[in-house]
Design a protein around this ligand. Structure first.
Ligand SMILES: Nc1ncnc2c1ncn2[C@@H]1O[C@H](COP(=O)(O)OP(=O)(O)O)[C@@H](O)[C@H]1O
Ligand SMILES: [Mg+2]
Length: 230
């Protein structure tokens, strides 16, 4: 059955995808390709020589589903402490959609990105501890990822509004052609250290931008919070 999303309002828009609450299950989200930024547009933007690769290699949903299956096979349940679960593909009226666990706060609202939380509140003690915990987890388990960008990490809160967990929702998997676990452990550690350092660097940069009038860019802002009052 084709799920209809075109008449719904997405809750977020990333660089490549639109994210919708699953119409039949509010604990899930469906990510589809942005119709205004097709795979062909994406390939064109890359330029030579990357634009020689097949269209399917630019498909983030395909890549994410592969990466998530590999992470689950390698780490089992453990990885889902800080990574959202992925449940495979569905047909929608906006093309093939990837279904994932929708990260919500305990009050039901869709969790905000780390970028938005730090922009709004600076780095509170809660947030600092959660960031440190994520960094430790990444380093202890040598989780392969691209740069840990603040709009690809969401901040989950309890009923008292305390932060209890950061969840990485995008940018997972080995960045290069060679899977990370093929490298010697010392090299893996260096690579992961760099990713964690990037996250801290991005946080410092954002803290330095907080005096500006406008939120920097549109990545990391929700279009609605997915709760009943939307
Ligand atoms: N599983 C999720 N739970 C909560 N919010 C999410 C989830 N997946 C994505 N989002 C929100 O949607 C935005 C865009 O999603 P993302 O997967 O990063 O798309 P893109 O691949 O286009 O960058 C994120 O910045 C985040 O705010
Ligand atoms: Mg993203």
């Amino acid at each position: 059955m084709t799920i209809s999303l075109a008449s719904e309002k997405p809750f977020a828009r990333g660089g490549n995808r639109l994210c919708y609450v699953h119409p039949d299950d509010s604990s899930l989200c469906i990510k589809v390709r942005r119709p205004d930024f097709t795979l062909a547009d994406c390939r064109r933007k890359k330029g030579f020589p990357k634009n020689l690769k097949p269209l399917s290699s630019f498909d983030d949903n395909l890549e994410e589903s592969r990466v998530m299956a590999a992470l689950e096979a390698r780490y089992g349940e453990l990885v889902f402490r800080h990574v959202s679960r992925c449940f495979g593909f569905v047909d929608t009226d906006m093309g093939r959609g990837l279904v994932s666990e929708l990260i919500r706060d305990d009050n039901g609202a869709i969790s905000q990105t780390l970028k938005k939380v730090i922009w709004d509140e600076a780095l509170t003690d809660d947030c600092r501890q959660a960031v440190a915990a994520l960094g430790r987890f990444w380093q202890a388990n040598l989780i392969p990822s691209r740069h840990l960008l603040l709009h690809n990490i969401v901040v989950q809160r309890n009923r008292q509004n305390r932060i209890y967990r950061l969840v990485v929702i995008d940018g997972l998997g080995s960045p290069g052609l060679i899977p990370m676990h093929f490298f010697p452990a010392a090299v893996q550690r260096k690579k992961v250290e760099k990713k964690v350092a990037t996250m801290h660097g991005r946080i410092e940069m954002l803290l330095g931008q907080r005096h500006e009038a406008e939120f920097p860019g549109y990545h990391g802002l929700l279009l609605h919070d997915g709760s009943s009052s939307q």
